[in-house]
Design a protein around this ligand. Structure first.
Ligand SMILES: Nc1ncnc2c1ncn2[C@@H]1O[C@H](COP(=O)(O)OP(=O)(O)OP(=O)(O)O)[C@@H](O)[C@H]1O
Ligand SMILES: [Mg+2]
Length: 248
């Protein structure tokens, strides 16, 4: 069975009837194994503002102090993930929302201490996902989990999706966002090589949240994932997803 990891960006979750969820549900109903990973950056920023916590980013990654980590966990695992699980279930694909803390799905290893409680995936317990698939359930994963000292760590959702795709030997990684793919002078780049990606980052053409997204695609493909696509969901649920494709 082919595995597809679909990362749904917070930026693409508009509320209301969500076309991305509908398309991802169509994809899941086609068969194979589908895993959803979600972001929620804009909702985290909104809640931080309501709570008087400043949002700061470095290279597209959220600097996460202890208070911010609490907000990240509450918003991602408590709100965005549960809303997605409900939306998929309503679309006829029964779904379960879980974070790295549930059944030990994954552990988080810290990145640069200057980023605070931010890390990347360490150990992944793929059997947890296999059990859900075996029960006919779609796993919806919030990229937050346990790190050193029992503290809660935040993982960029693109990174988490790439590492899960690699750990699962996925055929396809889809990063769904609010843009059609990597844009250069307003035009969609259909394919991107590793060298081109580094050039676009160095030249400041690829910035902000697109930096971790592009790096996640490169890492996934280098780790054996068949292809990674940055997309707005065009064609998702049909025969061909359109966007910027990274392939080995
Ligand atoms: N060259 C580029 N082409 C397209 N988008 C770019 C480019 N450079 C920067 N961006 C920005 O990257 C954003 C997408 O990343 P962002 O992190 O904001 O969304 P997301 O990953 O879908 O959501 P979340 O982080 O909540 O999961 C786009 O909305 C755009 O503003
Ligand atoms: Mg992002």
């Amino acid at each position: 069975l082919e595995t597809t990891v679909i990362k749904i960006g917070g930026a693409s979750l508009g509320g209301g009837a969500d076309p991305v969820v509908a398309a991802a549900a169509r994809h899941a109903r086609r068969g194979g194994r589908t895993l959803v990973v979600h972001g929620g950056g804009s909702e985290i920023t909104a809640w931080c503002r309501r709570l008087g916590i400043e949002s700061r980013f470095r290279d597209g990654l959220r600097v996460t102090d202890a208070d911010t980590a609490d907000v990240v966990e509450m918003v991602l695992a408590g709100r965005v993930g549960r809303a997605l699980a409900a939306a998929f279930t309503a679309a006829g694909v029964p779904a379960v929302s879980l974070s790295g803390k549930d059944a030990g799905l994954f552990a988080v290893e810290p990145l640069d201490p200057g980023l605070g409680q931010v890390g990347h995936l360490g150990r992944v317990e793929a059997g947890v996902l296999a059990a859900l698939w075996g029960a006919g359930l779609l796993p919806v994963v919030a990229p937050v989990g346990p790190g050193p000292g029992g503290r809660t760590f935040n993982v960029n959702a693109d990174d988490a999706a790439a590492d899960l795709a690699a750990a699962l030997g996925a055929a396809t990684l889809l990063l769904v966002s609010d843009v059609p793919g990597v844009l250069v002078d307003g035009r969609l780049l259909p394919r991107c090589s590793p060298a081109q990606a580094e050039e676009l980052i160095a030249a400041g053409v690829v910035t902000a949240g697109m930096v971790p997204k592009v790096r996640a695609c490169l890492r996934a493909v280098a780790a054996g994932v068949g292809r990674a696509v940055i997309t707005d969901g065009a064609g998702l649920g049909g025969d061909e997803v359109r966007g910027t494709t990274f392939a080995a």
